[in-house]
Design a protein around this ligand. Sequence first.
Ligand code: UT7
Length: 321
Amino acid sequence: MELSGLKIVGIGHAVPEKILTNQALEKMVDTSDEWIVTRTGIRERRIAEKENTSVLGFWAAQRAMEDAGIPKERIGAIIVATCTPDDYQPSTACRIHQLLEFANGQPVMAFDINVACTGFPYALTVANGLLATAMPDRCILVIGAETMSKFVDYTDRNTCILFGDGAGAVVVERSMEQEFHSYLSAKGDDTMFRIPGAPFAGEHAPSLISMDGKSVFKFAVESIQTCVGHVLEQAGLEMKDISYIVTHQANRRIITTAAKKMDLPLEKFFMNIEKYGNTSAASIPIALDEMKRQNLSRPGDRLILVGFGSGLTLGAVLLQW
Ligand code: UT7
């Protein structure tokens, strides 16, 4: 069966005002700007002081809807990729639904998906399926929103330098012209990266992020290679057909190592990690919005979006502007 693709008709992002620089982190833990920049490429990140995940997601969604220039009545679903929701319930998507003030009686699905840093490729794939089946004439808001800082241990130099907060959103609609290919996978493993919430029976939950950085690094580099290979093969395309690869922004060295292993020029990879750090599910849509604002891609250009992260999860989509 030939499935249709999707078209991004609007895009936007939102980040908190507060900037946490490497210099500020030097005063908090035994680290240095030089170490952080060399090992990760990060210079600063945004930290939510008042804004929660749903508010950042709402702002990004508003901007994406303004950019799309579509009336609210066309929205048929809100999918939020997040691993740092405001609450277990209501979902972040329902909170955003409330803030968007849809008319009474308008049917709008709203749900979160928790796929950590791979959330955006997963959410786009779910949206593509819904557009092809349940709501071919509607638009879907796909949002990646996170407040990672809630779970960061600011006494742990191994992790506190990495993460930031933010949200990115797209409005997508069904398209018979645009290509869409997706490769998603998971490999259950809680030893490499964990954000504890509900503790296992008999366990005291440490409430903050724990991570085996070296193993995650290796997994990330392998995931980029695997995912890009799979979507290209599925699409019957070659790397020369792709304008940009936009990976989850976790560490500049992860991207440079993957580029080297794939024998690709670094210019093929968009990066903005320097300004935001690792914003988990938000990093890909924030990067996409910045690319658009910098006029880096033209209508019809093919992009591969790649995520990898906790779960473990990995996935990519190949789509066209
Ligand atoms: O979305 C997925 C989330 N996670 C990730 O993306 C993380 C992936 N992993 C990484 O990005 C890297 O593994 C890190 C940036 C976390 C660490 O870089 P690394 O090159 O793997 O460093 P390392 O863990 O091997 O540590 C090297 C040294 C250690 O000191 P010793 O044992 O050699 O004396 C660390 O204690 O660097 C030390 N170190 C630091 N030094 C200064 C670790 N963190 C810091 C720090 N400042 N912030």
